[in-house]
Design a protein around this ligand. Structure first.
Ligand code: UN1
Length: 505
């Protein structure tokens, strides 16, 4: 472990503010410890960034932006391509650090770094495809076009559960778009952020852009608030809880800035009577238990057709009862720890509420008696209208409910405040299309015969309602990181006015 941290440049105490590869000296004694959720032991400490350091970071980021935006987009893509290469070279170490720091199993830790590599590749392609449109002007000898320009320094606020990839979704695209990036990671996963930053900032620096990538690890009250209020930051992209996002969204809207929000989910899978149940079983198990239930896309509710419900639940319970729980670094482990003791308390509180509201625990429900933050993945027989089923608890708790009519299941899918991901397992074309129709799932992601989590980066990722409406990663999400300019050019000798207006002088 010490070797791994040393190879990635992590010391016992690490600076929390970085401009490129230059750390700013600690501003005070305020520190945060990053604990290993598998053992509960501290891995290393980080000196918290101050308001004053944020100011230095914002200024450096602004200066970098002013030059970076003049670099042709495909050349910006080349810099991002080189960052992707560095990630490839360090995938093993970085993936292990993700596993060490947040407790996801190693295949998922490595998969997360792969997601960042994929983002770099996608962004390189995007760098030659930041297309505008051309329109036909109503005026003779006029040409109308639309072009996209860089926006400015972008604030990227990330959550603990994807400490590497969510930054990459934003940063890779922002960089090819011509923006500089200020990263404020979760205080629960600062070491992955430092390691990632220390690997990639030198690439930008080698091209003459030390301020392109900056990092501030600080308390919300000290640096987070100042960041979201700062009019020099035209876009704040924030991933995390609905509570956090509602605040960020309101503050940024108050200064008429842009926010890109990727908040909580409460994702359901519907299983119809004609579904391939083996496929459904695997999809639900990965969706509900993968990452110990700590993805925004985690499957939290399952709606089973009454004809198959009892038999299916018996099979699902059997799968749950033989899941290997333990050290996420060990090959074969499928369930690692929750991020910390607070998450364990939230798991317990949700289960107490579920039982009080009439739910029945079919399997799981216990905290493991061992160091670290381990809980048993749990299935609760529930009713769709139990209040606890409408909340997101970041833990492996699956609420199972039974339906007769597909219309009811779709209504239940949609009745929660969140709107991120959803899925149906069915072999019926009609049921699948009904689910995907305009009066089907209301979520940003709707899948057929695939679970709710594990989206590829090529699509636009995000959700509706309390999930915040943002879209990141693929498709045309790059538009969020740029400003649109409509240009009308008159190459004639007259000056006709639009709408037939005359103004003869
Ligand atoms: C998140 O949990 O914040 O679709 C992101 C998925 C991953 C991303 C999850 N590609 O599950």
């Amino acid at each position: 472990m010490k070797d791994l941290l040393a190879r990635l440049g992590i010391d016992d105490v690490n600076p929390g503010a970085w401009i490129g590869s230059r750390p700013l000296p600690p501003a005070s004694d305020a520190r945060v410890a990053s604990d290993d959720p598998t053992t509960g032991r501290p891995l290393a400490q980080v000196a918290l960034a101050s308001r004053d350091q944020l100011e230095q970071v914002v200024q450096a980021s602004q200066q970098a932006f002013e030059k970076w935006r003049q670099v042709p987009a495909p050349k910006r893509g080349e810099v991002v391509r080189q960052m992707g290469e560095v990630l490839r070279q360090h995938k093993q170490d970085l993936g292990r650090l993700v596993t060490l720091e947040v407790g996801k199993v190693l295949s998922e830790g490595l998969g997360e770094v792969q997601e960042s590599i994929d983002m770099a590749d996608l962004a390189v392609g995007m760098s030659r495809q930041l297309f505008g449109l051309s329109m036909h002007s109503e005026r003779a000898s006029h040409r109308m076009t639309e072009q996209w320009h860089p926006l400015g320094p972008v604030a990227v606020i990330t959550a603990f559960n994807f400490p590497n990839a969510v930054w990459a979704w934003n940063a890779m695209v922002a960089m090819v778009a011509g923006d500089s990036v200020i990263w404020k990671p979760s205080l629960k996963a600062p070491l992955t952020a430092i390691a990632t930053h220390r690997l990639l900032a030198p690439v930008a620096e080698a091209h003459g852009f030390p301020g392109l990538l900056t990092l501030v690890i600080g308390a919300d009250a000290e640096v987070g608030e100042a960041m979201i209020r700062d009019p020099r930051l035209p876009l704040v992209s924030a991933t995390g809880s609905v509570r956090m996002g509602r605040h960020v969204g309101q503050v940024v809207a108050g200064r008429l800035g842009r926010s890109l929000l990727e908040l909580g989910g409460n994702n359901a899978i519907i299983v119809t009577a004609d579904a391939d149940l083996e496929l459904a079983l695997r999809g639900i198990a990965f969706g509900a238990v993968g990452t110990a239930g700590q993805r925004c896309t985690t499957t939290r509710r399952v709606m089973l057709h009454e004809d198959i419900a009892e038999d299916f639940l018996r099979r699902l319970v059997a799968v749950y009862e033989q899941l290997p729980i333990g050290d996420p670094m060990e090959p074969g482990t499928l369930v690692g720890p929750l991020i910390d003791r607070l998450a364990v308390e939230q798991y317990q509180a949700a289960l107490a509420a579920a039982v009080a509201q009439g739910g029945e625990i079919l399997t799981g429900g216990q905290v493991l008696d061992r160091p670290g933050s381990f809980v048993r993945p749990t299935i609760v027989r529930a009713r769709h209208d139990m209040p606890v089923c409408h909340e997101e608890t970041f833990a492996p708790i699956l609420y199972a409910m039974t339906f007769r009519d597909l219309d009811d299941a779709i209504r239940w899918n949609n009745e929660v405040p969140q709107g991120l991901s959803s899925a149906i397992f069915t072999d019926s074309l009609r049921s699948a299309e009904r689910f995907l129709s305009a009066h089907g799932s209301d979520c940003g992601i709707a899948n057929v015969n695939i679970g709710t989590s594990g989206a590829e980066i090529g699509g636009a990722f995000g959700g509706e309602k309390d999930t915040g409406g943002g879209r990141e990663a693929g498709s045309d999400s790059w538009k969020a990181y740029m400003r649109r300019q409509t240009c009308t050019l008159n190459w004639g000798t007259d000056l006709p006015l639009a709408q037939g207006v005359t103004f003869d002088i």
